[in-house]
Design a protein around this ligand. Sequence first.
Ligand SMILES: Cc1cc2nc3c(=O)[nH]c(=O)nc-3n(C[C@H](O)[C@H](O)[C@H](O)COP(=O)(O)OP(=O)(O)OC[C@H]3O[C@@H](n4cnc5c(N)ncnc54)[C@H](O)[C@@H]3O)c2cc1C
Length: 467
Amino acid sequence: MYDYDLLVLGSGPSGQKAAIAAAKLGRRVGIVDRRDMIGGVCINTGTVPSKTLREAVLYLTGLSQRDLYGSSYRVKEEITVGDLAARTQHVISRQTDVIRNQLARNRVALITGTGRFADPHSIWVDGGSGHESKITFDKIVIAAGTRPARPDSVDFDDRTIVDSDGVINLQAVPRSMVVVGAGVIGMEYASMFAALGTKVTVVERRDGMLDFCDEEIVESLKYHLRDLSVTFRFGEEVAAVEKHETAALCILKSGKKIVADTVMYSAGRQGQTDDLALDAAGLEADRRGRIAVDEHYRTSVEHIYAVGDVIGFPALASTSMEQGRMAALHACGEPVRELQELQPIGIYTIPEISFVGKTEEELTNAATPFEVGVARYRELARGQIVGDSYGMLKLLVSPQDGRLLGVHVFGTGATEIVHIGQTVMGCGGTVDYLIDTVFNYPTLSEAYKVAALDASNKIRNITRIDG
Ligand SMILES: Cc1cc2nc3c(=O)[nH]c(=O)nc-3n(C[C@H](O)[C@H](O)[C@H](O)COP(=O)(O)OP(=O)(O)OC[C@H]3O[C@@H](n4cnc5c(N)ncnc54)[C@H](O)[C@@H]3O)c2cc1C
């Protein structure tokens, strides 16, 4: 009766996983996206380009090796945008190929074009040739993602004043840059450009940044970024940006003026729902373009699901994939297990940050007692070998039963090694497990054992006195 059992609108991480999960269950599945956006924001403009750029910056600047070879160490003296773009383009095209192949192998029809609802069971797809075709479906998953929010008052030109999409296409590495907004994306790019030698000023309306992270780790990050000549202007707002022939002039509400080659706005994201003709399906989005869903990712119209960034928080590729898979299982009438509550956060600043579980502040506010166990990379053989003298791992441990309440990592490989703590926590493990476990030597993972011993020694000292 319908062209597809399940149609997916958008081929980002959530859309891909939804399509493949349904195809594996033998459903007829189609996925719609624009020709140049296969893989979504994740592959084309967001996660993958930014993380590839970061690797290119770390490699070419030699920054991570300077502890070993001295502060003048560089792999390449004059780093051009060409050097950076080459690696990014290479990874994007390989990843796009992998996705196309996965979809083809699973017999998911890839329909290129832009879709909008015609009615609750069909969409029009504009393939760009001026001709629209109608596609019908039994169920649909909206996985249309987001785009950078652009304040109306700012005159973006994709050269001097850019957002996070434009920053990956700059014509030259800027000598100076103002980053407006100290959220995750803003701070990741601020780190990369600072590492490239750009004089970065971060302007943030709030009094601090990344306030959901461990305070001590955010302090360490600020220290490192200041060391790379980053200036922070917290509690400040940009009142106007003037474009001049050779640079932009940023005027803050406090009256300060900052000259910069480039101004990058990182002012949040807007759901890509305005062109979806949601009303034709009986749906609506909120002011930020987000669609409301229930615990099964169903919208207010039962056979229409929405997943990924378009439904809002946490708006990560990692969670979006799981949402897509779970929505498809539900749409196909399969049993769906709940997502584990413990979810890691990874922030690819330089140095990187990752954590899982509670922060010290959250535990203190909840009057939950905890002990802290710390391991510093410089005390680990692997830390010395890789030249990381600043990294640290911090465990927050319950003094009552030794359970891990939070794991916070700063430095090399943070986003990878956090998963050890996540697994131990997820399985209800205690510091004793980490103490009684043999870790490969020399590794950064060994930090878990050192931090576990630290926490357990502190707990023992208290017990000795307190009983
Ligand atoms: C700079 C940056 C860095 C990031 N870094 C990380 C990170 O390190 N880790 C992490 O987990 N997450 C990161 N994210 C977030 C991550 O990219 C998103 O969470 C993820 O891409 C969301 O996936 P999605 O499936 O919702 O769709 P998206 O990836 O947003 O893709 C949506 C797709 O839908 C398509 N679409 C929209 N409307 C239509 C339509 N009408 N017809 C057809 N197709 C349509 C779009 O063309 C697009 O391809 C980052 C994001 C940015 C911007």
